[in-house]
Design a binder for this molecule. Structure first.
Ligand code: ASP
Length: 584
């Protein structure tokens, strides 16, 4: 028997028991008469003590121990004279009677403790050492617990967990595919699934009614912000459902997760916000509702007063930053610099101060009377002491820029508290998104999403007006999940492909398998997928999904620990009949 207990479980009640522990040496403190060894495993930390009267071999072995040695310690649990209330095991220590070195360790490249001195790159290279640290272990445990709760809930609701293949043809979700060459089919390639979208729809055709899978998805995107080339979705699909049915069950699921994992109860139904409202009030289809600062359309008030910037703008929009009228010139300049950064892209920022004495002051006083300025501020909901911030431009551009500013101000005001959660549904998405560059419509969700029946009439005449039976689950300014009711009718699917610019031949070539399947009795169906990594980071209160993935890639899509991707042998290339072109 390697151990009788873990390093996290001994308490005052175990005093006088003889125990065997096994784990890693986190720290050795040699105080002359006494040596303290902090022994760690994933359950916790226990202090082991070696004293002058300990057996000679124990003292000798203790003297040789280095950080991260793997040891087995047999000893008696004793009450500590100076207790450590910060440690769960802080009431006791183990007086060593025997220490066996199970394995030595090189000095690790960084400290393996709650807080490490290692930089990002180094910790990624030695990820297995970083994973030994308590914060990452807590993250992995959280992830595990969440996966169990997901399965428990969905199983109880009659969902079947069915695996779908990773070597598939392309399933378009708007990103680039990762491809895998086929040796047995020379010059042909598999694609790794961007999601099991079409496969789960085929499972509905096959009668599997309620499906789920915690599944890896692969998207070859530039890794802006917090993305990983492979990530995990909680992928679900249901038959004989309407949007309301899907929202009902997954709202219950979300509440179940908050309750069981976080101990947070959401008694009220979650808010449902139409897409256009989210855009106009928050400038985003994933609004952060932990705080207010709603936008107001100021276009009619702002235009026609000789201020050409506003006169020439399609849209003028602002919000009130609570209590910020006291911002200094310097602070306001910093906000102006913020909106002018290329990532935000605004040309300038107009501000209005609602002073405590009831007067107003603004950066556009030259063009407006105090009453006109006040009217704009009041429309933004500003009261005395608030600062109104205003941007203008093409409508959706100005909204997106103001959204960035709203989040920045909220950050400065400490309103983005990771311990608070403001989940909601976004509904009534537009079906299509126009792309200026390529001069065509794209599916806002994906091409299998059904239009709202009442909008189908505009499919050909006014595609921009068609709304989709699509929905997103959003929390704290992040999209956590999304899905749609699907098209289950081959003729309607063909019309959508046409609206998206597919010729019938190309649609047949790419999606023939699905359209054919729909000819054999496809039930009405719909579903959604949640980003599991992101849900973990949301619950864990962390910014990055990387911290919740055991072996993530870095920003360049590399696994620096495995040194992948990497070159392969000539013989492997030959077998695959591939020849390489040297990059420029
Ligand atoms: N497959 C979709 C996605 O990955 C989700 C869905 O529609 O179920 O976004």
């Amino acid at each position: 028997m390697y151990r009788t207990h873990t390093c996290g479980c001994l308490r005052a009640g175990n005093v006088n028991e003889t125990v065997i522990l096994a784990g890693w040496v986190q720290k050795v403190r040699n105080l002359g008469a006494m040596t303290f060894i902090d022994l760690r495993d994933r359950y916790g930390l226990t202090q082991v003590v070696v004293e002058e009267h300990s057996p000679a071999e124990v003292r000798e072995t203790a003297a040789t121990l280095g950080r991260e040695y793997v040891v087995q310690v047999t000893g008696r649990v004793v009450e500590r004279s100076s207790k450590n209330p910060k440690m769960p095991t802080g009431d006791i220590e183990v007086a060593a009677e025997r220490i066996v070195v199970l394995n030595e360790a090189q000095t690790p490249p960084f400290t393996i403790e709650e807080v490490s001195d290692g930089g990002d790159d180094l910790r990624m290279k030695y990820r297995y050492l970083d994973l030994r640290r308590p914060p990452l272990q807590r993250n992995m445990i959280l992830r595990h617990k969440m996966a169990q709760e997901i399965r428990r809930f969905l199983d109880a609701e009659g969902f079947l967990e069915i695996e779908t293949p990773y070597l598939v043809g392309s399933t378009p979700e708007g990103a680039r595919d990762f491809v895998v060459p086929s040796r047995m089919n020379p010059n042909q390639f598999y694609a790794l699934p961007q999601s099991p979208q079409t496969l789960k729809q085929l499972l509905m055709v096959a009668g599997y009614d309620r499906y789920f899978q915690i599944v890896r998805c692969f998207r070859d995107e530039d890794l802006r912000a917090d993305r990983q080339p492979e990530f995990t979705q909680i992928d679900c699909e249901m038959s004989f459902v309407e949007q309301e049915d899907v929202l009902e069950i997954f709202e219950r699921w979300a509440k179940h997760m908050f309750r069981e994992v976080m101990g947070i109860e959401f008694a009220e139904p979650l808010r449902r916000m139409p897409w256009i409202e989210a855009m106009e009030k928050y400038g985003s289809d994933k609004p952060d509702l932990r705080f207010g600062m709603e936008f107001a359309d100021l276009t009619d008030l702002a235009r026609g007063h000789g201020f050409s910037v506003f006169d020439d703008a399609q849209y003028v929009v602002g919000f009130a930053a609570p209590g910020c009228a006291c911002y200094t010139r310097k602070q306001i300049d910093a906000l102006t610099d913020y909106v002018k950064r290329p990532q935000v892209g605004a040309k300038g920022l107009v501000w209005i101060r609602m002073e405590a004495d009831g007067s107003v002051k603004s950066s556009v006083d030259k063009f407006y009377t105090p009453d006109e300025v006040r009217a704009m501020a009041v429309r933004c909901g500003a009261g005395a002491g608030d600062l109104v911030l205003v941007l203008c431009g093409p409508k959706f551009k100005a909204l997106a820029q103001l959204c960035a500013l709203r989040l920045e101000v909220a950050q400065q005001l400490g309103l983005r508290d990771p311990k608070r959660f403001a989940p909601l549904w976004i509904v009534d998405f537009p079906m299509f998104e126009w792309d200026d560059e390529t001069q065509r419509f794209y599916a806002m969700h994906h091409p299998f999403t059904s239009p709202k029946p009442e909008d189908v009439q505009y499919l050909e005449s006014d595609p921009g007006r068609v709304r989709a039976n699509a929905y997103d689950f959003v929390c704290n300014g992040t999209e956590i999940g999304g899905g749609s009711i699907r098209i289950h009718d081959a003729a309607l699917q063909a019309r959508i492909f046409k609206a998206l610019g597919f010729t019938p031949e190309r649609a047949q070539e790419q999606f023939g398998f699905l359209m054919n399947a729909f000819k054999f009795g496809a039930p009405p169906h719909g579903g959604l997928a949640f980003g599991f990594d992101r849900l973990c980071s949301l619950f864990g209160g962390a910014e990055s999904i990387r911290d919740y993935i055991a072996f993530p890639k870095n920003n360049a899509g590399r696994d620096v620990m495995l040194d992948a991707p990497s070159a392969i042998d000539r013989s492997q290339l030959d077998e695959l009949r591939l020849s390489l072109v040297k990059p420029e």
